[in-house]
Design a protein around this ligand. Sequence first.
Ligand code: GLV
Ligand code: GLV
Length: 325
Amino acid sequence: APPRIVVTRQIAEPALALLREAGDVDLPQPDRGLTEAELHRAVAGADALVSTLQDRIDASVIAAAGPRLRVVATVAVGYDNIDVDAVTERGVLVTNTPGVLTEATADLTFGLLLAVTRRIGEGERLVREQRPWEFRLDFMLGAGLQGRTLGIVGLGQIGRAVARRAKAFGMEIAYTGRRRVPEEVEAELSARFLPQAELLASADVVSLHCPLTPQTRHLIDASALAAMKPGAFLLNTTRGPVVDEDALARALADGVIAGAGLDVFEEEPHVHPGLLELDNVVLTPHLGSATVETRTEMALLAARNVAAVLSDEPALTPVRSKVAS
Ligand code: GLV
Ligand code: GLV
């Protein structure tokens, strides 16, 4: 029998076409996030699973799938929703979609940076609500970027793409992370490494590009926010739980920092009510990789990973090189 490929959410048509060449594709309807029980039912007997960041993939899903399952291909770069240890221990490969979403996510990050520093969201609301205004030399002044320091937490592919944009805007680049990047990368980006405490204390804008792991959960908490400059801005386009949202809402309300641009939230789609009340925060609904081109490329990469594994070829972008055999 042809392999059975379960796809949990609607993906771009060219990727579905590719999957249909590799096996029988099963797309649960309607197109909404599956409950745990629905996911368990959907994967039974599958050879491959194409999932998204809303699907919690752990040992119980692998057990529900049964012994035929060979690959879980998430259509995302982040895989904090997947218990990679448990899945690979059971001989199932996990793949993600790095690279193809780098530029789109960096663009969205820069959109938030400009929106929050130049008060674009606030100004847009004012115009749309037809509140009175007129041009004045001191009206709605924001913060300029020239010569300001962008502090990047996690100088991976996305962090580097953000740094390139910031350089073009005349910003200085500092970064922190678990380790230093190669010297030639630091040179290309004019990026200097700082320990986290120094980065927080010196950056005018802090942008988060680290994955969500047990070590980065609530990396930005009340004390980290207190360590930032009073005029600084925070950007989060990685995963909500990297920031303690409650602490952030308080810090923004109390003027501990100047503003924030957030594309991700601790309990999506729920947003902390304290944030909704504030004018100095720009909120977008997890749109980092949301362009037509990028979502197509992500789905195609996931499909190519599935097709490779099902035809006994190496996966293109496995998150670990080896699984238990
Ligand atoms: C989206 O957030 C992703 O990880 O690709
Ligand atoms: C993802 O592509 C990253 O390394 O930032």
